[in-house]
Write a protein that binds this ligand. Structure first.
Ligand code: PMP
Length: 452
């Protein structure tokens, strides 16, 4: 990094604490400062170009530098830069976006509620669920089940839902009332000789056993991503959702589909719930909703969830919840324009066209001897590498491959030894080839260095 005292790098180290970063290591290594973006590419301050193979954080669906989104933000800024939705107030962008999202939902939904991040959406979902249980005269029905390796955010309740050690360790999490059931990763979790279908059934049995152990009358909801993202891109085994959903129905447990990554085309359908035939009672949405040009998230709730909340708010005199930025007009205007562009350009059609190539190249990358598995669907994928080959600690190999890719001009993401790819949805076949050519060259280089 540049050590000039006034460089951005030096000032970054001096003043900024980074998310998901080893702070002491950062003091030594410094940041990679990104200056601008165009299409699937971003450029650092030295002018070096990178393919953004993760669309930022699984989110910049339309790619970087989309002028229509900037124009939509500017128009709304000039007209009404801010207003809220508290105490019966409203504004056109929030109304239009709520209407649009309810219309797009893959199952009948009643209302949209706006928040600013995926974490806030999931946190709000838990508060809605607790409020609803009280409204229904079932105060004991408060436990929430999510899954080991699920990712639902980092606020106190949503980090509790998240089933990953780094989000709990030293944070005194998870909170009680949040329980985790089996991760549906066939390769690592199946018993010897267990078929994929049997493993899927056992995941549902594990869920049912947990519900029975806790007491079905105490379990309020189940949270899950249709395809797990940050936990390592874990695609559910065949028959998984078909086995899980009847268990939830049997015990009248609400199903919250966390569509923060899957939503808006990532799996090749409008929602991951569409791809897997899910019938959620609530959905949480963010990221590709605005291509992350501005922070915004939303919850969709069905009538079964909405009606008791409405009644309780009437009994109390208010639904005592809301963020200053809930339904922010500029973020909502950008989200609306983003969805409009996706429709006009048939981004979903494009995803369906190029996803088979993306998946084929992903699987080709996983044929390297250092790799153990490729996982993916639509424009979401990951290759898991084997740290055991290096006799090194988990994550070391993934970290090396990630660094070699970045050096070559590809930004991917390593989740321990799994390297994830989640490019902007607008990526072309040639750009997919460029991305995987760099990934293959990086893996070959690391293999050569390590003698594997
Ligand atoms: N849910 C899922 C499935 C996510 O992938 C994420 C973020 N990666 C979140 C929730 C949390 O979103 P945020 O970072 O906006 O709080």
């Amino acid at each position: 990094m540049s050590h000039l005292p006034n460089s951005l790098e030096a000032r970054d180290v001096a003043y900024q604490l980074h998310s998901y970063t080893d702070a002491r290591r950062h003091e030594e290594a410094g940041p990679l400062v990104i200056e601008r973006g165009e299409g699937v590419y971003v450029y650092d301050t030295s002018g070096k170009r990178y393919i953004e193979g993760m669309a930022g954080l699984w989110s910049v669906a339309l790619g970087f530098g989309e002028k229509r989104l900037a124009a939509a933000a500017a128009r709304q800024m000039e007209k009404l830069p801010y207003y809220h939705t508290f105490a019966h107030k409203s504004h056109a962008p929030s109304v239009e976006l709520a209407e649009k999202l309810v219309a797009m939902a893959p199952v009948p939904m009643s209302k949209a509620y706006f928040t600013n991040s995926g974490s806030e959406a999931n946190d709000t979902a838990i508060k809605m669920i607790w409020y609803r249980s009280n409204a229904l005269g079932q105060p004991e029905r408060k436990k929430i089940i999510s899954r080991v390796k699920g990712y639902h955010g980092v606020t106190i309740a949503s980090a509790s839902l998240t089933g990953l050690p780094n989000n709990h360790r030293s944070f005194d999490l998870p909170i009680d009332k949040v329980l985790h059931t089996t991760c549906p990763h066939y390769r690592t979790m199946a018993r010897p000789g267990e078929s994929e279908a049997d493993f899927a059934r056992r995941c549902a049995q594990d869920l049912e056993e947990l519900i029975l152990k806790e007491g079905p009358e105490t379990v309020a909801a189940f949270f899950a991503e249709p395809v797990m993202g940050a936990g390592g891109v874990i695609v559910p085994p065949q028959g998984y959702w078909e086995a899980i959903q009847p268990v939830l129905k049997k015990y009248d447990i609400l199903f919250v589909a966390d569509e923060v990554i899957c939503g808006f085309g990532r799996t090749g359908d409008a929602f991951g719930s569409t791809t897997y035939g899910l019938e959620p009672d609530m959905m949480t949405l963010s990221k590709q909703l605005s291509s992350s040009y501005l922070p915004i998230s939303a919850l969709l709730v069905n009538e079964k969830v909405y009606a008791p909340i409405a009644d309780e708010s009437h009994a109390i005199g208010t639904w005592g919840h809301g963020f200053t930025g809930s339904g922010h007009p500029v973020a909502a205007a950008v989200a609306l324009e983003n969805l409009k562009i996706m429709e006009e350009r048939d981004v979903l059609g494009h995803v369906r066209q190029v996803a088979p190539h993306f998946q084929a190249r992903l699987r080709a990358l996983a044929r390297h001897p250092l790799a153990v598995e490729a996982r993916g669907i639509g424009m979401l994928g990951a290759v898991e590498f084997s740290h055991e080959m290096l006799r090194d600690k988990p994550g070391a190999l993934g970290g090396r491959i990630f660094a070699a890719m970045q050096e070559k001009g590809l930004i991917a993401r390593n989740l321990y030894d799994t390297v994830a790819f989640c490019p902007p949805l607008i990526i072309s076949e040639d750009e997919i080839d460029a991305m995987f050519d760099m990934a293959e060259a990086a893996v070959a280089e690391v293999a050569k260095e390590t003698g594997v």
